[in-house]
Design a protein around this ligand. Structure first.
Ligand SMILES: C[S@@+](CC[C@H](N)C(=O)[O-])C[C@H]1O[C@@H](n2cnc3c(N)ncnc32)[C@H](O)[C@@H]1O
Length: 248
């Protein structure tokens, strides 16, 4: 069992204690060490995560609250799409917008598993095999965080996006999935992508029917964290260490 896992969830308390680097600075290392040429982000809010990108970037969010500092003098081109991600992918082609494939994507939009699943396969089509797709909030630290409805206010909330990990493991075994202990709620990096795969989109209805009613407690909190094989952010905290697992 993972050392990070603390106890079972009878009181919805204390799933894990994540001691890794905060996800913002951890993501910045990928930008600094791997020098991506095209970035796409779903869920931007203030722009704190977008601020890491130095390359031409697409940001999608129906309710931007971006600060000028996250845009000014950061990169040559910043494209803001003020709409839900599904509408973006229906109407725009990120490969055309960037004039190249996406190197790094950060998916941090609506915290519903089925939306994240669509965000994943829609993004993957515009990636290369060695691009990296990051998923946020996959390691909830208590049960209250995993409810589907946004509770409002500033309380930490992951929704039920955790389901996407077992879905990907089952339906896309070829993906290389690394689950990092980035604070506060984990950061997952996925590479060895297959832009041609239609496994998830073709089976979307069947997959979601299978998963829509499964709660984390029912799946098994200990099982979930064990299957994650959580690794330390310090395992890729230098350029040479990172390039053993990721390259663009
Ligand atoms: C957790 S915040 C993003 C935080 C940001 N990535 C960061 O790390 O600072 C989630 C954002 O997703 C946006 N969002 C909600 N539904 C969305 C959707 N369907 N498509 C894209 N973004 C969405 C919200 O407006 C919100 O700003």
């Amino acid at each position: 069992m993972s050392d990070l896992y603390k106890q079972d969830d009878s009181n919805h308390k204390d799933y894990v204690k994540l001691n890794g680097e905060i996800y913002y600075s951890f993501l910045k290392k990928f930008h600094d060490f791997l020098n991506p040429k095209g970035y796409l982000e779903i869920g931007t809010a203030t722009g704190a995560s977008l601020a890491n990108s130095r390359c031409n970037s697409i940001a999608i969010d129906p309710m931007f609250t971006v600060s000028p500092d996250s845009i000014n003098n950061k990169r040559p081109v910043t494209m803001l799409f003020s709409m839900p991600s599904d509408l973006f992918f229906a109407e725009y082609n990120p490969t055309s917008l960037l004039s190249k494939k996406i190197d790094i994507a950060f998916l941090d939009g609506l915290h519903e598993a089925e939306t994240l699943l669509r965000d994943f396969y829609n993004t993957e089509r515009h990636c290369k095999r060695n691009s990296i797709i990051f998923l946020h909030d996959m390691l909830p630290f208590n049960g209250e965080m995993t409810i589907r409805e946004y509770p409002g206010g500033a309380v930490p909330w992951t929704g039920d996006v955790w389901k996407v990990l077992p879905i990907l493991r089952k339906n896309r075994p070829g993906l290389d999935i690394y689950v990092f202990d980035a604070a506060p709620t984990g950061l997952v990096a996925i590479t060895n992508l297959d832009p041609e795969s239609r496994e998830l989109s073709d089976n979307y209805y069947k997959i979601w029917k299978e998963w829509s009613n499964i709660e984390l407690k029912e799946y098994g909190v200990a099982r979930y964290f064990d299957e994650c094989n959580i690794i330390s952010t310090s395992s890729v905290n230098t350029a040479s260490k990172m390039r053993k697992l990721f390259w663009l």
